[in-house]
Design a protein around this ligand. Sequence first.
Ligand SMILES: NC(=O)c1ccc[n+]([C@@H]2O[C@H](COP(=O)([O-])OP(=O)(O)OC[C@H]3O[C@@H](n4cnc5c(N)ncnc54)[C@H](O)[C@@H]3O)[C@@H](O)[C@H]2O)c1
Length: 284
Amino acid sequence: MEIKRIAVVGAGAMGTGIAYQAARFGVEVNLTDVKEEYINNGISKIKGFVKDGVQRGKLDLKEAKVILDRIHKTPDLEACVKDVDLVLEAVFEDMKVKQELFKKIETFAGPDTIFATNTSSLSITEIAASTKRPAKVVGVHFFNPAYTMKLVEIVVGKTTSEETVETATKFAQKLDKTTVRCKDSAGFIVNRILGALMGEAFKILQEGLATAEDIDTAMQLGANHPVGPLTLADYVGLDIARAVAETLHRAYGDCYATPKILVGLVESGKLGMKSGEGFHKYTK
Ligand SMILES: NC(=O)c1ccc[n+]([C@@H]2O[C@H](COP(=O)([O-])OP(=O)(O)OC[C@H]3O[C@@H](n4cnc5c(N)ncnc54)[C@H](O)[C@@H]3O)[C@@H](O)[C@H]2O)c1
């Protein structure tokens, strides 16, 4: 099955990037969120991506219009998911929220619709178990920003069918992504490795051994990483980083225990770039 129309549920950082990338590559996109205001904010963000593409000479004005015309603001969940080939879920990193959402989506979606989750770390098999179509549930994990990062992890749950894996892989490739395949496991490939790396960076800061600036500089210049681990965590969002850290801790034990410094920042509303402050300060 070729994916021609999708529903993107969650118009935050990832949902908007995925919606834009899909529309750029010819896919019709219905976009929804819990409040109309959030969808409008998402559409404004996408207009910003398009404007940037035009300014950088990557898109002409005609292409820009075609892309925006392919994205349909759809506040009603039923209308959003009713006639689509694939639902791409990009809501909060919380198992209950995702399971409840897919249960609701299932009452509206056609029987052949694939349910793809953009979860960073949660079990695809558990998400699938909340639906009546576990063979059609798959992890399609984009990275931030979804329109520039080349990788998509295709995460195969215990119940995911090969047909679903193949369709999801072709969909990601149609969006100009390189795919890697991983069996269902906390954090998959990238975030399991990144979780260990970021966790050590958090601990070095927490132990007062080096400043945030020096930790980032050390990894940029000493390990040739394009950004330091603390700046990367700020970019991802510290709420997301904490949720991923907790999943890794539950799965792999105390070496992944969530450092207090991360919990403290999230609890004081310092979520990284999106809130203006995390490990570093940002001007909006
Ligand atoms: N931020 C990253 O770098 C990154 C990278 C890869 C994957 N992810 C994953 O993508 C997902 C979304 O992350 P994000 O950074 O875009 O989060 P975000 O907080 O920017 O956006 C989440 C959006 O989901 C909406 N939402 C919540 N519950 C909903 C529901 N029941 N129905 C519809 N909309 C709902 C929220 O209103 C919000 O707009 C998470 O699972 C996250 O782990 C994040």
